[in-house]
Design a protein around this ligand. Structure first.
Ligand code: HEC
Length: 142
């Protein structure tokens, strides 16, 4: 019952398209690694600020830090989570989006790389990778 209520709220938000993304702050130019998240429908609900992905409706959390967030919140690695999603994502991935093993691999590798790049950007002593791309320095989002 509770899950159903959440899902219908999400559905309503998506249908109405009213929950648009805040555009405050600088965003990096769109990264080619963003494409898979957009074509697989993730950007309907998730922004990925580090890749320049804006969400149609910000129903889910920004995935920039998902690589570290998922183990913290769910106690499993990101690759495992995408294969065995919890909570609302379980519903979304089972009923709505279908990912191949290659999709999941690519997504978890990209999010791992994005996370590490962001960490490097936040610490002046750690060289960012790829180096010297002239990215704006990371702000902590939310
Ligand atoms: C219909 C909206 C919707 C779509 C589409 C969607 N998600 Fe989600 N996702 C959510 C919500 C809401 C949460 C928060 C889950 C919760 O708290 O139960 C979430 C959580 C997550 C998390 C955990 C994030 C964290 O920081 O804890 C990951 C990773 C994730 N989604 C990946 C994806 C990927 C990859 C796709 C595309 C294949 C996708 N999601 C598509 C709504 C969506």
């Amino acid at each position: 019952m509770k899950a159903r209520a959440v899902v219908s709220v999400v559905g309503a938000a998506m249908a109405a398209g009213v929950l648009t993304v805040g555009t405050a702050g600088r965003r990096p130019a769109k990264d080619p690694r963003a494409a898979i998240f957009v074509t697989r429908g993730c950007a309907e609900c998730h922004a990925i600020a580090a890749l320049g992905v804006k969400a149609t409706s910000d129903v889910g959390p920004d995935l920039t830090f998902a690589y570290a967030d998922v183990p913290n919140r769910y106690g499993v690695g990101l690759g495992w989570f995408l294969e065995n999603p919890r909570g609302l994502m379980g519903f979304v991935l089972a009923a709505h989006l279908h990912l191949t093993p290659a999709d999941r691999d690519s997504m978890s590798h990209t999010l791992e790389a994005v996370y590490n790049e962001r960490l490097a950007d936040m610490d002046e002593d750690v060289p960012s990778s790829p180096p010297a791309r002239g990215r704006p320095r990371a702000r902590l989002v939310r």
